[in-house]
Design a protein around this ligand. Sequence first.
Ligand code: ACO
Length: 430
Amino acid sequence: MTERKLTLTDSSSGKTLDLPVVAGSEGDPTIDITRLNPELGYFTYDPGYGTTANCKSDITFIDGAQGILRYRGYPIEQLAEQSSFLEVAYLLLYGELPSAAEKTGFERDITYHTMVHEQVNTFIGGFHYDAHPMAILSGVIASMAGFYQANLDVNNPEHRNLAAKRMIAKMPTVAAAAYRHYMGWPSAHPRNSLNYPENFLHMMFSVPAEAYEVNPVAAKALDLLFILHADHEQNASTSTVRLVGSTGANPYACVAAGIAALWGPAHGGANEAVLNMLNEIGDVSRVGEYVKKAKDKNDPFRLMGFGHRVYKNFDPRARIIRKACHDVLADLGQTDPLLDLAMELEQIALKDDYFVERKLYPNVDFYSGIIYKALGIPTSMFTPMFAIGRTVGWVAQWLEQAATAHRIGRPRQIYTGYGERDYVPLNERG
Ligand code: ACO
């Protein structure tokens, strides 16, 4: 079979270059441009990396046109329906669904790493009482490189695996502690008799004054949300983790950087922004006004929870969460006018030419906040909830990168500043 290639002709020099086409197991073909600069002297310009692949990966596949998301080949719908978060974590980290013994062993390992060093709680205590939990999360995870210095060799697979498990295990502990710091509650230590989502709910909401019983509906809903957020190939925060990881930095530093990237409202911060937006709209009668604002190019307002770089049909996670929203509210015996408002907003936007032409659909963040709210989780904790789930993806992608040959991530630029000019002494400046 002839090798597929693209032939590029430079109109100024007449030189040609064959660019090999690299095909993955699925997805659009990709042109390998690594010879472009050495052979023809050009770089490529792709702001926001809209058409650039930075790595090869076996972990997650997305088809944005068809609304497909698969972890290690398994459709997200099947995993959401049949699996559990820690099983999905094992799958993402190690490539296969675990056997019964592997599953039990992995769950035990994660459970026994949930406790944090007491000085971590002291560190959290140093934050201002109303610090955003994402600031605490990112700072505390970075600090863990100082707690686990004996196992920081990124070239040692055992050290890497231990760091991966530690971060998956401790992220809920730190997130819950950040919330308790704000509330002024004493720390709640993890309980090894509870499973992953139950333990998080216990650490969030239990108080010493009374016994806390985990609501199984809440635990199941959280487990589902963690599965849906677990990985999403090379999104902004994961690419940040890989970029930092490409320098050989320790895994805690990489994930702390990923947390910081997730915080932005164009990424994971959107779940918090959606709830704030729905509260601001307040009533179905004002939906039209906000849709108009979102379409106005002179207004920075965007419909939060709408649009996605890759999904141009629908976000399969949003579909699952939308249904879960109704189920969870019904199971908890709650109603929420914000859900009606969100559905109305979705309906109006989906019929509007502006959104139709730009293929803007609800994304994973549009409905998740309504579930979190129903579980009693405050708005400022929404993005930390996303971070708990996504930690698995971050560490899986970091492990994959660390185990394969890679170069330091170092994009180029188109320089548009001054040409050379002479220094002007202070007394001669106008
Ligand atoms: N509301 C109104 N208009 C929008 C929206 C929106 N939510 N999203 C995109 N658009 C418009 C843009 O103004 C642009 O219009 P134009 O072509 O007339 O200039 C067009 O749609 C394309 O938008 P881009 O910003 O170029 O799309 P990009 O792929 O760079 O951005 C993003 C994707 C960041 C998700 C964007 O849709 C957005 O800001 N959405 C709101 C924030 C959000 O929900 N983020 C969560 C994303 S999912 C996640 O990270 C977990």
